[in-house]
Write a protein that binds this ligand. Structure first.
Ligand SMILES: [Zn+2]
Length: 191
């Protein structure tokens, strides 16, 4: 999925979550809302930091290359201790930041904090999870997504190629849905 698709999907999911959880944004200052949103989007975009060829990876190549190496080392250490054979092919593919365990660990770490920091970390984890959902609907899926469970390649039922015509249709639909959701939330006084 392209970075455009990822952000459209994530923003739709965020607004939908605000709506169904009946979260009132009036309790927070604009500055705080901006920080909340920044952490969320950071989570969405930063997952691809382990891929020097990705949108964010190309822009921040001085981070993405060292990160790719660190990422592979983490996977190497995990595979060494667990003797998990299915892990070996991850060297050719998406790394640790693309595993389900990554947002789970971020979310778990939020319990060590309180106040606003707790919410920031939870939003970061939510953003990461939504990026992963976006990758799970691409044809390549995510290898070892459910590590340490031994599923080789995980993807959802409906998938398409990144930047394909089908993704463009999906993105157009997501743009319209986002506009609709913003309209609804404004009308109901959420925003
Ligand atoms: Zn990705």
């Amino acid at each position: 999925m392209t970075v455009k698709g990822h952000t459209l999907l994530a923003n739709n999911a965020l607004l939908f979550t605000i709506y169904i959880t009946n979260t009132s944004l009036e309790n927070y200052s604009y500055i705080n809302l901006l920080i909340f949103y920044s952490f969320f989007i950071l989570g969405v975009v930063l997952v691809d930091i382990d891929e020097p060829k990705s949108f964010i990876g190309r822009k921040l190549f001085f981070i993405s290359y060292p990160f790719k190496i660190i990422n592979l080392l983490i996977i190497f250490v995990i595979s060494f201790f667990t003797k998990n054979k299915s892990i070996k092919r991850v060297f050719e593919h998406r790394g640790f930041t693309h595993m389900f365990i990554f947002p789970v660990l971020i979310f778990a770490s939020s319990f060590l904090t309180n106040g606003y920091l707790n919410l920031y970390i939870k939003l970061l984890a939510f953003g990461v999870l939504l990026h992963q959902m976006g990758d799970l609907i691409t044809n390549s899926g995510i290898r070892n997504y459910l590590f340490p469970l031994p599923f080789e390649n995980v993807k959802l039922f409906i998938t398409f190629d990144t930047d394909s015509f089908f993704e463009k249709i999906v993105n157009t639909f997501l743009s319209l849905l986002l506009t609709y959701q913003i309209f609804i939330l404004f009308n109901k006084g959420f925003l």
